[in-house]
Design a protein around this ligand. Structure first.
Ligand SMILES: NC(=O)c1ccc[n+]([C@@H]2O[C@H](COP(=O)([O-])OP(=O)(O)OC[C@H]3O[C@@H](n4cnc5c(N)ncnc54)[C@H](O)[C@@H]3O)[C@@H](O)[C@H]2O)c1
Length: 260
């Protein structure tokens, strides 16, 4: 059986809320089936309750044994995967001198180890359907900022890991791409974005606003879909123009507001 003979199947990590839940909904709207994976069983149960075409499983993506058990289930029940969306992530912002090794490891374990473990374990399933990996990094993996020593470094690692995956798995027809969201008002962001950070983002983003979960999901689902069949090894910023921005945007806005 080929991928075109069957309903496409995506596995989305961090699917209980935020960008992962929006991505799940977008896949379902496009006629895909989705395995929803999260380590928060209560949130996942609530999120999945009214979503037909989904299977939910409580898994910590940073735990090799749990990841192996999950992929054994997917193998037994599905036999292959069209897309793996490595979206599960956590943020912990702090100065370098206050980021002790436990805090550093906690961020790395989910954000970087989790992407490595899930992708490695899913590789035979992706090969079976010439599937695609979409890793969710962050603009913090492309541009350095204060307080993100662990978070930003973990996301830069995800960007490089995506390149490794694209280069090595291309010969099996498996694609790998990376989405770098700009700020989105999810639980993750609101836990670490102070009023000062929110104001600074507005100043630095040409579109002058936070993004929405659905705007990130649209890019993720595109890169996972056959529409992107010749795209691999790419990093796509979905950030309102943040990555393109240099200095001077607030001053320009002020002078434009003055009519000068
Ligand atoms: N929101 C933003 O501004 C923003 C910006 C850039 C990048 N991102 C990235 O987007 C992704 C999604 O973030 P979000 O903003 O939707 O956050 P969120 O906190 O709303 O959702 C993250 C989900 O991941 C789950 N999760 C966390 N650790 C896990 C683990 N070890 N195993 C399984 N599930 C786990 C959480 O339970 C939660 O449901 C993250 O990788 C994040 O770093 C978010």
């Amino acid at each position: 059986m080929t991928a075109s003979d069957q309903t496409s199947l995506a596995l989305v990590t961090g699917a209980a809320r935020g960008i992962g839940l929006a991505t799940t909904r977008r896949f379902l709207a496009d006629g895909w089936r989705v395995w929803m994976v999260d380590n928060d069983g209560d949130e996942l149960t609530k999120a999945q309750a009214d979503l037909d075409g989904t299977v939910m499983t409580v898994t910590d993506v940073s735990d090799p044994d749990q990841v192996a058990a999950l992929m054994a289930d997917v193998t037994a029940q599905e036999g292959g995967l069209n897309a793996l969306i490595n979206n599960a992530g956590l943020a912990d912002f702090g100065p370098i001198e206050e980021t002790n090794f436990a805090r550093w490891r906690k961020v790395m374990a989910t954000n970087l180890d989790g992407v490595f473990l899930m992708s490695q374990a899913a590789t035979p399933l992706l090969k079976a359907r010439q599937g695609a990996i979409v890793n969710i990094a962050s603009i913090s993996g492309l541009r350095a900022s204060t307080l993100r020593v662990a978070y930003g470094t973990s996301k830069a690692g995800v960007i490089q890991l995506t390149l490794q995956q694209a280069v090595e798995l291309g010969e099996y027809g498996v694609r790998a791409n990376c989405v770098c969201p700009g700020p989105v008002r999810t639980k993750l962001a609101m836990a670490v974005h102070s009023p000062e950070i929110i104001a600074a983002y507005h100043d630095a983003i040409p579109l002058n606003r936070y993004g929405q979960e659905t705007e990130i999901a649209n890019a993720i689902v595109f890169l996972a879909s056959p529409e992107a069949s010749f795209i691999t090894g790419q990093t796509l910023s979905v950030d309102g123009g943040f990555e393109a921005t240099g200095v001077g945007l607030p001053a320009l806005r002020t002078s434009a507001g003055d009519g000068s």
